[in-house]
Design a protein around this ligand. Structure first.
Ligand code: PEP
Ligand code: MN
Length: 481
């Protein structure tokens, strides 16, 4: 039967509103579609305004043409090791500078940091009887978020230092300079290349003379405890050697991964590369977009807004990621945030890096654990005992941290996770292998007066090698009890 004019009209109307609905749905989905640049349509915090925009664009084109720094197969391998951490079968040790400088790219400074992280991991392996996954804040930890965009230097208000890849610490050098991003790439690559050559050459071999000297330890009880651990450790190693368990070759292939805060999204976007595994490499690898500037990147406490640019960028990459969780993190946001960044609920994908301060952790962490457990999302809980415990020294006004506050936050985290039945999967520290005096306390007994002896940091105060080993010994001791 021929349709009446009215019916035809109604059908047309229906079809057109249907097509419209389909169209707007597709548009909504397109709008939600992730691309390496989709973050650009979202509100962004801690953005850097480059005065010379054309030079910035040319720099980004250059970065896009440069080879990847780390390979997706390594990133996938780290993600599967982090799955073990998530399931309580391994522990994550992450550490390095607050702000890495291009000048730290020297053999001796890299050696000192790698040696320290290896030595700490040995103490932890021995104490926990578990494998340790090592990630450095190195080979790219250049960009810094700041609480204020400007600061007063010599009575003048100038832009804050944003990290070596953006501007210079020298007050005359505070204008963002695009070519620093290319320098960041080459310093990252060189640093990682040196780490790889050292590990390949057997630097991690335990027959190397690690410096276990404990002469600095002031307290005789503490010293006795450390000596006990060291002698048990050296005993085990020599036993392994005697029975022919070849520690040298086992450790030659020691895994060491790199990380940094994924802050400057234009830089991160340039190294976001599409990759697909060729058949049969390893079942854990997935086709997708990988951030090849580091194995692991994290979202800082200042850039974790649900609808913000950083969360948008991070949701599309295959890398394992960290999210800093400070005292103001709203409990009700965990579910939505985790759904956004880990929709497949992969174990090992997300590390929540909690940083409350030793006086706040007891009142906040339990609620945060309950909220996350309720979402059913698998996460790694990692304690950053540094960022909630910064204070200024009454002596000189410089930023410092008290070893006892750092240790207290770690011990609270261990206790609370134990009570809740969750696993404290790791620690996140700011440290250096150099003998700096930036944090007070520890077995060497540094005081506020000592800070001026060798205060080097351009951002937050770091544990020196002795203080960092104190942390490792104390955690190992907790597990040996
Ligand atoms: C940092 O890790 O150096 C840092 C800035 O941390 P947060 O984002 O937790 O303040
Ligand atoms: Mn810091």
């Amino acid at each position: 039967l021929p349709l009446s004019e009215a019916a035809r009209g109604a059908a047309r109307l229906r079809t057109s509103s249907l097509t419209e609905a389909i169209r707007s749905d597709a548009a909504a989905r397109r709008a939600q579609e992730w691309t390496p640049s989709s973050w650009q349509s979202k509100p962004i915090k801690q953005d850097v305004a480059y005065p010379d925009r054309a030079a910035f664009e040319r720099t980004l084109a250059k970065l896009e043409s440069l080879p990847m720094i780390v390979h997706p197969t390594e990133i996938s391998k780290l993600k599967s090791s982090l799955k073990d951490v998530c399931e309580g079968k391994a522990f994550l040790l992450q550490g390095g500078d607050c702000a890495e400088l291009f000048d730290y790219c020297t053999e001796s400074q890299i050696d000192a940091k790698i040696a320290l992280l290896l030595q700490m991991s040995l103490v932890l392996i021995h104490g926990l009887r578990l494998p340790v996954v090592r990630i450095g804040r190195i080979a790219g930890q250049f960009a810094k978020p700041r609480s204020s965009p400007t600061e007063i230097v010599d009575g003048r208000e100038i832009p804050s230092f944003r990290g070596d890849n953006i501007n210079g610490f020298d007050p005359a050098d505070r204008t963002p300079e695009p070519s620093r991003l290319v320098q960041a790439y080459f310093h990252s690559s060189t640093t990682l290349n040196y780490i790889r050559t050292q590990l390949a050459a057997g630097y991690a071999d335990l027959h190397h003379p690690f410096n276990w000297s404990l002469s600095h330890v002031q307290d005789s009880d503490v010293k006795a405890k450390y000596l006990q651990t060291v002698s048990a450790l050296t005993d085990s190693l020599s036993f392994m050697k005697t029975i022919g368990a070849d520690t040298a070759s086992a450790l030659r292939g020691v895994d060491f991964y790199t990380s940094h805060e994924g802050l400057l999204l234009e830089y991160e976007q340039s190294f976001t590369r599409k990759w697909a595994p060729t058949a049969g490499i390893n079942g854990d690898e997935r086709e997708g977009w990988y951030n090849t500037s580091a194995h692991f990147i994290w979202i800082g406490d200042r850039t974790r807004q649900l609808d913000g640019a950083h969360v948008e960028y991070f949701r599309g990459i295959e890398n394992p990621i960290g999210i800093k969780v400070g005292p103001t993190f709203p409990e009700e946001e965990f579910g939505r945030l985790l759904d956004i960044v880990n929709p497949r609920r992969e174990a090992g994908k997300v590390t929540l890096i909690t940083r409350y301060g030793c006086d706040k952790i007891e009142s906040i962490l339990p609620g945060h654990i309950d909220a996350v457990v309720k979402t059913g999302h698998p996460v790694i809980w990692q304690c950053d005992p540094m960022h909630g415990n910064t204070r200024s020294s009454p002596e000189s006004g410089v930023k410092t941290r008290q070893y006892s506050s750092i240790m207290s936050e770690i011990l609270s985290a261990l206790k609370i996770h134990k009570q809740k039945g969750t696993w404290l999967g790791g620690i996140h520290l700011e440290l250096t292998g150099d003998p700096v005096t930036e944090c007070v306390g520890g077995s060497e007994g540094l005081t506020d007066k000592d800070l001026s002896l060798n205060y080097q940091t351009y951002c937050d105060p770091r544990l020196n090698g002795k203080q960092a080993l104190d942390v490792a010994f104390t955690i190992a001791d907790y597990y040996r009890q």
